[in-house]
Design a protein around this ligand. Structure first.
Ligand code: GDP
Ligand code: MG
Length: 168
């Protein structure tokens, strides 16, 4: 079976672990434990008559674990950069994360930007229009999700898988 490695990167608290948990277990825990180091989970996805094993690397944003990141990034086919749509800073910090990924994987790495926590509509700081415009300008793929409601989670993983398939 084909195996695709995908790493999830972004500030602490944006919902990386929750997105993965929602996808794998179809559940949401409002009090997730913060990730220590790097966690690993996998799930088989069926797409275009193929079964593909997705290996998901859930990283921690804390400074002290950053030294662990390069090896996970190097071995991944695609990086999902996650931010929280209610937290402007978590979006700005993606410039740093993008730089880190490019230094390790080069310019041709596939990157997805994911704005999470869309269920918190009244706390939203960055509009979808701004984000879609930025995505078009910079040429990245943009998705919005809510790990809490489950909005767009399956769709995002399907698009991620297709993007890797089309790149092989
Ligand atoms: P991580 O540090 O990026 O792995 O973030 P976590 O997955 O641990 O989530 C941090 C906090 O945000 C937790 O309290 C989650 O329950 C909460 N959270 C994650 N995703 C969502 C979401 O889509 N909506 C809402 N309202 N809260 C979320
Ligand atoms: Mg986590």
């Amino acid at each position: 079976m084909n195996k695709f490695k995908i790493c999830f990167i972004g500030d602490e608290g944006v919902g990386k672990t929750s997105i993965i948990t929602r996808f794998i277990y179809e559940s949401f825990d409002p009090e997730t434990q913060s990730t220590v180091g790097v966690d690993f989970l996998s799930k088989t996805i069926h797409i275009e008559n193929q079964s593909i094993r997705l290996q998901l690397w859930d990283t921690a944003g804390q400074e002290r674990f950053r030294c662990l990141l390069p090896s996970y990034i190097r071995n991944s086919s695609l990086a999902v950069l996650v931010f929280d749509v209610t937290n402007q800073k978590s979006f700005e910090n993606l410039d740093f994360w993008l730089q880190t990924v490019k230094e390790i994987r080069g310019e041709d790495v596939i990157i997805f930007y994911v704005g999470n926590k869309t269920d918190l509509t009244d706390q939203r700081k960055i509009s979808i229009e701004d984000l879609e415009q930025k995505a078009q300008e910079k040429g990245f793929i943009y998705f919005e999700t809510s790990a809490k409601s489950g909005f767009n989670i399956k769709q995002m993983f399907q698009k991620v898988t297709l993007a890797i398939m089309n790149n092989e």
